[in-house]
Design a protein around this ligand. Structure first.
Ligand SMILES: [Fe+2]
Length: 270
């Protein structure tokens, strides 16, 4: 299983130039976000992917790609890249609430949906991995030391295979928002990181799922780096009462579309 936590913005850690960044308040960042949104509206163009060099998201200034992706030979890479076998994925790994001796704290949820191509065809038997903060917004990671409690009954990682119809399903705990050091009093909206493995390691896709109605959306330079509102909305799950279970959990539906004009935005490979 991949361990996640591969991208610095996922953790409340110091970004490049953080001594300067911490002196910048949310109002200044929000003004920058607004200015970029106005420029986008005026441009009349459609951009479904994030702006890679997006100054409100401070670390992108130094970390965004400045060259075209380096072409790698997939066959050569597969000789030493991670592999997995379908028999290695236990169905119990899709339940993040049963990995320890007790129940984790927080709101139990089921997140489910379909992985499809742009024509609605299912992506079957696909390895889907998730990682997330606990209900308090804390990751189990040495670089996450903000004062929120760890939960001894929650690790925050799970995986499953899609079924023949492309359906995935996780039982987990609704993650909390967490602070990060992009600027003073910066908080990420609650989210779950998703990885789709593809059939080879070179096809791995990574993105984030958000929860509907989060008041932090407008303040978050990571989400707002996607200028198109419809593309941002495609990263937001829908509450679905047909998934909610009596006296057990609430339910969310989030479909992942890999191709076509309504595709889910996927983080570019680094
Ligand atoms: Fe995160």
């Amino acid at each position: 299983m991949t361990t996640g936590f591969g991208r610095a913005e996922q953790l409340p850690v110091a970004a490049p130039g953080s001594l300067d960044a911490i002196a910048i308040d949310q109002a200044a960042i929000s003004a920058e976000i607004h200015a970029h949104a106005v420029d986008y509206q005026r441009s009349g163009r459609e951009q479904l992917a994030p702006t890679l060099d997006y100054p409100p998201y401070r670390s992108t200034v130094l970390r965004h790609p400045t060259h075209a992706p380096y072409p790698a030979d997939p066959e050569l890479l597969e000789l030493f890249a991670p592999v997995f076998g379908h028999q290695d994925v236990d169905p119990l790994e899709a339940d993040l609430t049963i990995q320890h001796s007790g129940q984790p704290m927080g709101e139990r949820i089921v997140v489910t949906g379909r992985v499809t191509d742009g024509e609605g065809r299912p992506v079957a038997h696909q390895l889907v991995e998730v990682w997330q903060a606990n209900a308090s917004g804390r990751y189990i990671h040495q670089r996450d030391q903000h004062p929120a409690p760890l939960d001894p009954n929650f690790t925050g990682m799970g995986r499953c295979l899609t079924d023949g119809e492309g359906r995935y399903r996780f039982t987990t705990i609704r993650p909390g928002p967490y602070p990060w050091k992009n600027h003073h009093n910066a908080w990420r909206p609650a989210h779950i990181h998703f990885s789709l493995f593809g059939t080879e390691f070179t096809q791995r896709l990574v993105t984030q799922m958000y929860f509907p109605g989060d008041p932090l959306f407008a303040l978050d330079p990571i989400l707002q780096s996607i200028p198109d509102l419809r593309a941002r909305d495609r990263l937001v799950a829908a509450y679905d009462h047909t998934i909610t279970q009596h006296e057990w959990c609430t339910g969310y539906r989030w479909d992942i579309v890999l191709t076509g004009g309504a595709r889910t935005w996927i983080e570019p490979a680094e």
